[in-house]
Design a protein. Structure first.
Ligand code: BG6
Length: 493
């Protein structure tokens, strides 16, 4: 048919992100029938590559089943590759001509995915806008990945640059945590259940803990990571995004604009983090480990300067100055090279007043220590929502009390349901034009405003990082800080 065509560009087609994430994601979307008909894909990078080579490099991430071979070959056939510089107008003019030829339609919608190092964003985005816009009524969408700058100032500069060449409408800023099932579910959980709406505030909630843990180190990414550190890499974006969804007021509707209006409103109520509410650490090798990866500390990563003070672990505490949340600590904690991979949100409720059970034994065998209720949303792995509650110990005479869970563990309740990868959802959103799961420029700016002063202070005052061993549960100093703010940990760290 002569219907509307789409061209999806992968800039940085030879790079790591393209190979490990973008190409596999495009294939899975194609395989599952989500890519509109009449779509073609064009890779662009500086090296003289071929489509065959790109797919060879990405082969082990594609997970192609035997019975999918034919489809896979069809997918490869609608891919092309163009090589050229990231800053010369003539290369982009040539790309434009090639694109018209390949797609056969100058008005095809064009989606540009920049899987590129930040140093070339500026030039590439300018060149694309000047030389590779489709003819009307075709439209353009530009997908950008973090880092969106290094601090408030550089982020604003990048935004100004992008705003010169693109409307906000055209910009899709990825925060892949927004593509995760359980992050999206927070909105449904909060606003479609009467039971939560009455207690979702300072009267009932004592503290909120948002936790990100990884059991791997920087693994050769140290060169990139060292310039940023864990606060910029994970807290400013992923954890702050989760916080804004947990804490926002009820949006007027499920549209991207209404939801993001509420997210940014709650971020505006947060004062910059204070340095006394920050704990930072850096991992060292565990000499006793049998795993050579774990014997290596952060400073042993090639590309990391031997005297680096970049944190690989951090905890910050935020307060939201509005009627709903005044005084409730939001404790954001993130670390690499810990004992496990886990991301979760823990909403801890206040103590039960009245002391009716003070004389009863609890599960700890201690009188008068009723555990607090806690709602846990486990983002990954093994997605779950569970509510920790107290119950009468089954079968016992009298009121012995023990903690238990009302437990919705996905792989038990929803056996066989496949949860799509975050990138699959987000790239699909780009095709359909849904902005719910992308970061708006004002959100980005607010998130930087909140972390900016401590980042500067950590640098200026040369705040030392507390060492922790690869595989540690976390930093004792961080747990103590959380406890000081009133978060009582009820499980094992
Ligand atoms: C990225 C960070 O944004 O998220 C990485 O730059 C981190 O340092 C990654 O490893 C974690 O993503 P996920 O989806 O594996 O939790």
């Amino acid at each position: 048919t002569g219907s509307q065509r789409h061209v999806f560009f992968v800039f940085g087609a030879s790079g790591d992100l393209a190979k490990k994430k973008i190409y596999p994601t495009l294939w899975w979307l194609y395989r599952d029938g989500f890519i509109p008909e009449n779509t073609c894909f064009i890779g662009y990078a500086r090296s003289e590559l071929t489509v065959e080579k790109i797919f060879q490099n990405a082969a082990k991430y594609m997970k192609v089943q035997d019975d999918e071979r034919e489809k896979y070959e069809q997918f490869i056939k609608i891919n092309s590759y163009v090589h050229g510089s990231y800053d010369k107008a003539e290369d982009f003019e040539r790309l434009n001509k090639e694109t018209n030829k390949i797609s056969g339609q100058a008005t095809a919608h064009r989606f540009f995915y920049l899987a590129l190092p930040p140093s070339v964003y500026g030039n590439v985005s300018e060149m694309i806008s000047k030389h590779c816009r489709p003819e009307s009524p075709g439209f353009l969408r530009l997908i950008v990945e973090k880092p969106f700058g290094k601090d408030l100032e550089s982020s604003n500069k990048l935004s100004e640059h992008l705003n010169k060449f693109y409307s906000e409408e055209e910009l899709y800023r990825i925060d892949h945590y927004l593509g995760k099932e359980m992050v999206q579910n927070i909105i449904v959980l909060r606003f479609s259940n009467k039971i939560f709406s009455r207690v979702w505030n300072r009267d009932s909630i004592a503290a909120v803990n948002i936790i990100f843990k990884e059991d791997i180190g920087t693994q050769g990414r140290g060169g990139y990571f060292d310039e940023f550190g864990i606060i910029r890499d994970v807290i400013q974006n992923h954890l702050m995004q989760i916080l804004s969804i947990v804490a926002m007021e009820k949006p007027r509707s499920t549209t991207g604009e209404d939801i993001r209006d509420e997210k940014v409103k709650v971020l505006r109520c947060i004062a910059p983090i204070k340095i006394e509410d920050v704990v930072i650490g850096q991992y060292i090798g565990d000499k006793d480990s049998t795993d050579p990866e774990r014997q290596k500390g952060y400073l042993d990563d090639d590309g990391v300067p031997k005297d680096s003070r970049t944190p690989t672990y951090a905890q910050v505490v935020l307060f939201i100055n509005n009627e709903r949340w005044d005084g409730v600590p939001f404790i954001l904690r993130a670390g690499k090279a810990l004992n496990e991979k886990k991301a979760e949100i823990r909403i801890q409720f206040r103590d039960v007043p009245g002391g009716m059970f003070d004389e009863e034994l609890t599960e700890h065998g201690v009188k008068g220590t009723l555990a607090r209720d806690e709602l846990v949303i486990r983002v990954q792995p093994n997605e779950a929502i569970y509510l920790k509650v107290n119950t009468k110990r089954p079968g016992e005479m009298g009121f012995s009390i023990e903690g238990t869970e009302l437990d919705l563990t996905y792989n038990e309740r929803y056996q066989g349901v496949k949860l799509p990868d975050a990138y699959e959802r987000l790239i699909l959103d780009v095709f359909t034009g849904s902005k719910i799961n992308f970061v708006r420029s004002d959100e980005l700016q607010e998130a930087w405003r909140i972390v900016d002063p401590i980042l500067a202070e950590i640098d200026k005052k040369k705040v030392p990082v507390i060492p922790y061993k690869f595989g540690a549960v976390g930093l004792r100093e961080a747990f103590a800080g959380a406890a000081m703010h009133g978060y009582i940990y009820t499980g094992t760290y």
